[in-house]
Design a binder for this molecule. Structure first.
Ligand code: ATP
Length: 264
C-alpha cells in the first residue's frame, strides 16, 4: 500500500532525510519515532505530496506520489501536528468543505458520527478560532477520517489530547486498520502507542535506525526492559559524533578546529 524508496530531502544544505526506504502493507499501523529533528515530519510531508523530495520515489496504493499527486491526495489523509484550520469557518463548515472536495456520500451522518465520537458535537456551530488546541486537533482528525482515506498519516496526534480522547483516537486507528487502512503515527510517546502499532520505524539524523515489529526491536536489544528502553538503546547508539563520522555534511566548521552538528 505504501512504499518509500531511497527518499532523500535536503533543505538547502540541511540533510533532513537521508535515502530511507521502507514499505507497509494494507492494514498496518506504523509508529514513526525518533528524536527532535530526526526527519519524521519531512518524511510524512513528502509522502503526502506537500513537499518534493530531493531524490527517491514514493508510492501510495501503487500510485506515484510525484507523478499522480492528485490521485494520491484522494486516497491519503495527512493530519499535521498543528492543523491549519480556517478561523472563520465553523466546525460543521470544515466537514462540509471536506465532504464537498472529496465527494463524500452521506456526509452529514458521517460528520455527525465523527463529531460525536470525538466529543465535538456541541461545537458544530462554533468557529474554529474559538476551539482549544486539543479540539482543533480532533477537528483535523475528523476531517481526515471523513473521506475514508486508504492511507492515514498522523503527525504527533496525541499532543494536546486529553486521556479519553487519546483512547478514542487509538481505538479508532485500530478500527480503521481492521478495514485495511494503512496508518503512520508519529509520536514521542512510544509507551502510549506501542500496543496499537504493528510496525516501528525509528529515525535519527534523517536515517532509519530500525524498521520492523516490536518483537524484533526488543530482540535487537534483549537487555531492554520495555519497548521504550529498546527504542532508547536504538537511538543512543547514533550519537552526534557518530553522525558526523558517517555523514560529514551534518557538521560545520566552527573555525576553531571543532565541528558541531547542525541538523539534530
Ligand atoms: P520533531 O520531532 O521535532 O517534530 P522531526 O523528526 O519531525 O522533528 P523534521 O521536522 O522533519 O524532524 O526536521 C528534520 C530536519 O530538517 C531538522 O534538522 C530541521 O531543522 C530541518 N527542517 C525541517 N523543516 C525545514 C524547513 N522548512 N527548512 C529548513 N530546514 C528544515
Amino acid at each position: 500500500m505504501l512504499q518509500v524508496h531511497e527518499l532523500q530531502k535536503l533543505y538547502g544544505s540541511t540533510l533532513a532525510v537521508d535515502r530511507i526506504s521502507f514499505s507497509l502493507d494494507a492494514g498496518k499501523i506504523c509508529a514513526l519515532v525518533g528524536p527532535n529533528g530526526a526527519g519524521k515530519t519531512t518524511t510524512m510531508r513528502c509522502l503526502a505530496g506537500l513537499i518534493a523530495p530531493t531524490a527517491g520515489e514514493l508510492w501510495v496504493g501503487g500510485l506515484n506520489v510525484g507523478k499522480q499527486s492528485l490521485a494520491v491526495r484522494r486516497r491519503l489523509a495527512y493530519v499535521p501536528d498543528e492543523p491549519p484550520l480556517f478561523d472563520d469557518l465553523t466546525v460543521g463548515q470544515h466537514l462540509d468543505l471536506i465532504a464537498g472536495l472529496y465527494d463524500v456520500v452521506d456526509s452529514r451522518s458521517k460528520s455527525d458520527e465523527l463529531l460525536a465520537k470525538f466529543g465535538l458535537a456541541s461545537k458544530v456551530n462554533d468557529l474554529a478560532n474559538s476551539l482549544s488546541r486539543g479540539m482543533r486537533q480532533k477537528l483535523a482528525i475528523c476531517c481526515g477520517y471523513l473521506f475514508d482515506p486508504k492511507v492515514l498519516l498522523l503527525d504527533e496526534p496525541l499532543t494536546g489530547l486529553d486521556p479519553p480522547s487519546i483512547r478514542c483516537l487509538l481505538e479508532s486507528i485500530e478500527e480503521l486498520a481492521g478495514r485495511g487502512v494503512t496508518i503512520i503515527l508519529s509520536s514521542h510517546l512510544l509507551a502510549m502507542i506501542e500496543h496499537v502499532c504493528t510496525d516501528f520505524l525509528v529515525m535519527q539524523c534523517g536515517r532509519v535506525e530500525f524498521f520492523g515489529t516490536g518483537a524484533e526491536l526488543r530482540g535487537r536489544f534483549p537487555q531492554s526492559q520495555s519497548l521504550e528502553d529498546a527504542y532508547f538503546a536504538a537511538t543512543s547508539q547514533f550519537t552526534p559524533a557518530a553522525a558526523v563520522a558517517v555523514c560529514p555534511e551534518l557538521a560545520i566548521d566552527t573555525g576553531v578546529g571543532n565541528s558541531h552538528v547542525v541538523t539534530m
